[in-house]
Design a binder for this molecule. Structure first.
Ligand SMILES: O=C(O)c1cccc(C(=O)CC[C@H]2O[C@@H](n3cnc4c(=O)[nH]cnc43)[C@H](O)[C@@H]2O)c1
Length: 247
C-alpha cells in the first residue's frame, strides 16, 4: 500500500482534513501527534510537527524513519509577499524552498551560505546552499488541481524564516536575498529532510496574511486554513485515484 504523510505545524491547520477523511488517532510517534486514514488503498498519515524548523525537521526525520512514506505533503498557512499576485484566502504551491535567514550578515549586507562555502545538503551530484528543490511534477499537478477546483493559486518559491517578517521593510529585505511568493516557518526544513530521504515533497499553503507591517486585524487564519484543507481533500482523492507511483 502506498503511503502519504501530511504535515502541518498546528492542529488548526489539519482539523478540517481529519474530520473530512474520518482519520483516527494513532499512538503518538515520539513527540508527534499522528492520525491515520485510508483512501482507495492509499494510507494517509497526518502529523502535527509544531512550529518552526527544528520541530518540523525532527518530526519529518522520525516519520521517514518509521513510516517510509512515498510522498510528503507539507501544509498550513503562510504570508504572501507583495507582488506575488496573492491575496488572503488564496493558495500558494511551492516550486522550491529557501532557507532565507541561514547566512552571514556582512558589513556590505546579508549573504547566503554560498559565502561560507558549506552546503546544507550534498548528494546526488548536487551541493545545495540556501535553495531546496521540491518535486516539480507534484507541484504542477497540485496547481492544475487547484485551478480546476476554482482556487486562486500561485506557484513559486517559498521562503522559510525563523523570525516572521512583521514589517514591510523586512519583507523587502528578504526579496532582495531570494525570489519569493510565500513566507513560512517550516517548509525548507521539511523539504530538506524529504530530500535527504529521497521522498518527493509537495508544499501547499493557504494565505493568512500579507508580509507587511504587522496588523493582526488584516489576518484571516481561519479562511486560509479552511481553503487549503478543502483543496487538499480534493487533491488527496485525485492522487489516491492515480496511485501507481502516485504520478
Ligand atoms: O502573531 C504573530 O505575529 C504571528 C506571526 C506569524 C505567525 C503567526 C501564527 O499564528 C501562525 C504560525 C504558523 O503560520 C505560518 N505563517 C503564517 N503567516 C506567516 C508569515 O507571514 N511569516 C511566517 N510564517 C507564517 C508559519 O509557518 C507558522 O507555522 C502569528
Amino acid at each position: 500500500m502506498s503511503r502519504i504523510i501530511v504535515t502541518a505545524s498546528t492542529r488548526l491547520e489539519l482539523s478540517e482534513l481529519l474530520a473530512a477523511t474520518s482519520a483516527s488517532a494513532l499512538p503518538d510517534a515520539g513527540h508527534v501527534p499522528l492520525y491515520r486514514t485510508e483512501m482507495r488503498g492509499t494510507e494517509i498519515l497526518f502529523a502535527l510537527t509544531g512550529i518552526g524548523k527544528v520541530n518540523a525537521a525532527s518530526a519529518v526525520t522520525l516519520l521517514c524513519e518509521r513510516y517510509a512514506p512515498d510522498l510528503i505533503i507539507n501544509t498550513g498557512c503562510g504570508g504572501a509577499f507583495a507582488g506575488a499576485g496573492l491575496a488572503v484566502g488564496d493558495l500558494a504551491v511551492a516550486d522550491s524552498e529557501y532557507l532565507a535567514d541561514e547566512g552571514v550578515r556582512t558589513p556590505d549586507g546579508w549573504r547566503g551560505l554560498d559565502l561560507i562555502g558549506i552546503p546544507v545538503y550534498e548528494g546526488r551530484g548536487e551541493r545545495l546552499f540556501n535553495r531546496i528543490p521540491l518535486d516539480r511534477e507534484m507541484a504542477r499537478r497540485a496547481l492544475d488541481c487547484a485551478t480546476v477546483g476554482g482556487f486562486d493559486t500561485v506557484l513559486g518559491p517559498f521562503l522559510t524564516v525563523s523570525t516572521c517578517s512583521g514589517t514591510t521593510r523586512q519583507g523587502e529585505e528578504l526579496l532582495r536575498r531570494f525570489p519569493g511568493v510565500c513566507e513560512n516557518m517550516e517548509g525548507a526544513a521539511v523539504a530538506q529532510v524529504a530530500l535527504m530521504y529521497g521522498v518527493p515533497c509537495l508544499e501547499v499553503r493557504g494565505i493568512s496574511n500579507m508580509v507587511e507591517d504587522r496588523d493582526l486585524s488584516r489576518w484571516d487564519l481561519k479562511r486560509a486554513v479552511g481553503q487549503v484543507q478543502r483543496f487538499l481533500a480534493l487533491y488527496l482523492a485525485q492522487v489516491a485515484d492515480n496511485r501507481p507511483g502516485m504520478r
